[in-house]
Design a protein around this ligand. Structure first.
Ligand SMILES: Cc1cc2nc3c(=O)[nH]c(=O)nc-3n(C[C@H](O)[C@H](O)[C@H](O)COP(=O)(O)OP(=O)(O)OC[C@H]3O[C@@H](n4cnc5c(N)ncnc54)[C@H](O)[C@@H]3O)c2cc1C
Length: 412
């Protein structure tokens, strides 16, 4: 009688979970559970927002990526019974059993308990978030008439982006380019007002000095209103209250986007596993959860002592960990020794609006259109499966990556 294949259950289909599943395909009975029916290649979410890429490019359906080799279950993992090796999934009456479990549920937006933030600020993590922001920008533009004085148009088209890390900078510059283009197309007077609010004394705090200098120049050129050492105290339906040098200011905004932090997924908070003070799961260098041989964790929810701080909470590390994790699951299921790996920094790349970008190549910063295109090429090579990469690469090569203007509602 043929021996039954061992069951690997992967919870979460982001960088960590998806790439682990793809590496394991065919070597075990692999099931991936995710709340969404599609992956999201977040480093290009800004380009989806600006219309430079399409949803299918960066958010392919799992079913399309998996074929028959990986089972996909859409649903939310609600509870895990480690003793009996099974997980309760929201969409299933029966739990899913496993021999090895991979936890890869990632993070969620951290609003830091700022008053009104969770209720009124938009997160920017998903395709739906990007669509919502774009719609709000179009609606706000539709209310502004070409006869309006420049100062009034600027006031009516004020947007706040909270968080001056790479995410906030990338988003603010895309918003600025899209809105500036819309001003020109619609014959509006003046320019939009994008407020970038950052609590520390510098933008892109995690990045090197050279790349920061380049980013600062672009922000200046784009007329982004950068507010450093500024703390948001409250988010209102159409405005924010912030504090700088002990002085409080309230400003009206069309909307406020929150890119100021990530915290561990609520599922992890309730699991009884060894964790650090930030609720990150403590894993061994083999990516096994400490004291749980058949449970593995990676990506934004895992704390691995050996990882350089710059890599923490990035797709770069989740992606690299997935390769090691898949190897170690195979070894674990076959009763072999598990391996460890030194993870590397794969480089820095930011998009800056729709025509610019900055990448670090051999310790030097390259900026401009060339950097924008290099970033696209780099990310094409990192998309999941070679079949998907070929389709997307061809689409970008033949169809281009031109942004979609913010057309009045009803015009596509
Ligand atoms: C806008 C944006 C841009 C970014 N750009 C970059 C970049 O340029 N470079 C970089 O290195 N990093 C970037 N990051 C960070 C990067 O996306 C994360 O570090 C990476 O996605 C972490 O991978 P992960 O597998 O841990 O989690 P995720 O990729 O977040 O995946 C988690 C998955 O689990 C699913 N899930 C959650 N809870 C459950 C549940 N209970 N049951 C089932 N499924 C569940 C989620 O829906 C999601 O699909 C960016 C992040 C954002 C938000």
């Amino acid at each position: 009688m043929a021996q039954e294949r061992k069951r690997v259950l992967i919870v979460g289909g982001g960088f960590g979970g998806l790439f682990t599943a793809l590496e394991l395909a065919g070597s075990a009975d692999v099931t991936l559970v995710s709340e969404d029916d599609h992956f999201c290649f977040r480093p290009l979410l800004y380009e989806y927002f600006s219309g430079e890429v399409e949803a299918w490019h960066i958010a392919p359906d799992y079913k399309e990526l998996f074929g028959n080799e990986i089972n996909f279950v859409r649903g939310e993992a609600e509870e895990i019974d480690f003793k009996n090796r099974r997980a309760k999934i929201s969409s299933r009456s029966e739990p899913l059993n496993y021999d090895a479990l991979v936890l890869a549920v990632g993070g969620v937006t951290n609003f830091w308990d700022v008053k009104g933030a969770e209720e009124f600020a938009l997160p920017f993590r998903t395709i739906a978030d990007a669509d919502r922001l774009r719609n709000q920008m179009v609606k706000a533009l539709d209310k502004v008439s070409p006869t309006l004085a420049p100062q009034d148009a600027r006031e009516k088209l004020t947007f706040a982006v909270v968080g001056g890390g790479a995410s906030g900078v990338e988003l603010a510059t895309k918003m600025s380019d899209l809105l500036t283009d819309a001003f020109r197309r619609r014959g509006l007077k003046g320019e939009p007002h994008i407020l970038l609010v950052e609590m520390s004394d510098r933008i892109v705090p995690g990045m090197g000095e050279d790349i920061r200098e380049y980013v600062e120049k672009v922000l200046l050129k784009e007329h982004i209103d950068v507010n450093l050492q500024t703390k948001v105290l409250e988010v209102k339906p159409h405005g924010i209250v912030y504090e700088h040098n002990g002085k409080q200011t309230e400003i009206e905004t069309v909307t406020t986007v929150w890119t100021a932090g990530v915290k561990v997924n609520p599922l992890i908070e309730k699991l009884d596993l060894p964790k650090d003070e930030h609720n990150l799961i403590l894993v061994n260098p083999t990516l096994q959860v400490k004291d749980f041989d058949n449970v593995f964790a990676l990506g934004d929810i895992a704390k691995l002592e050996e990882v350089a701080p710059i890599l923490v909470g990035t797709a770069q590390i989740a992606f690299q960990e997935s390769a090691l994790l898949a190897k170690n699951i195979k070894a674990f299921l076959n009763g072999e020794n598990l391996k460890t790996k030194q993870f590397e920094e794969l480089g820095e790349a930011v998009s800056l609006g729709t025509k610019d970008g900055a990448v670090l190549v051999g310790g030097k910063v390259v900026g401009g259109f060339l950097a924008r295109d290099a970033r696209f090429a780099l990310y094409t090579s990192r998309l999941p499966t070679w079949q998907h990469r070929i389709k997307v690469g061809a689409s970008w090569f033949f169809g281009g990556t031109t942004p979609k203007p913010l057309q009045p509602l009803g015009i596509s």
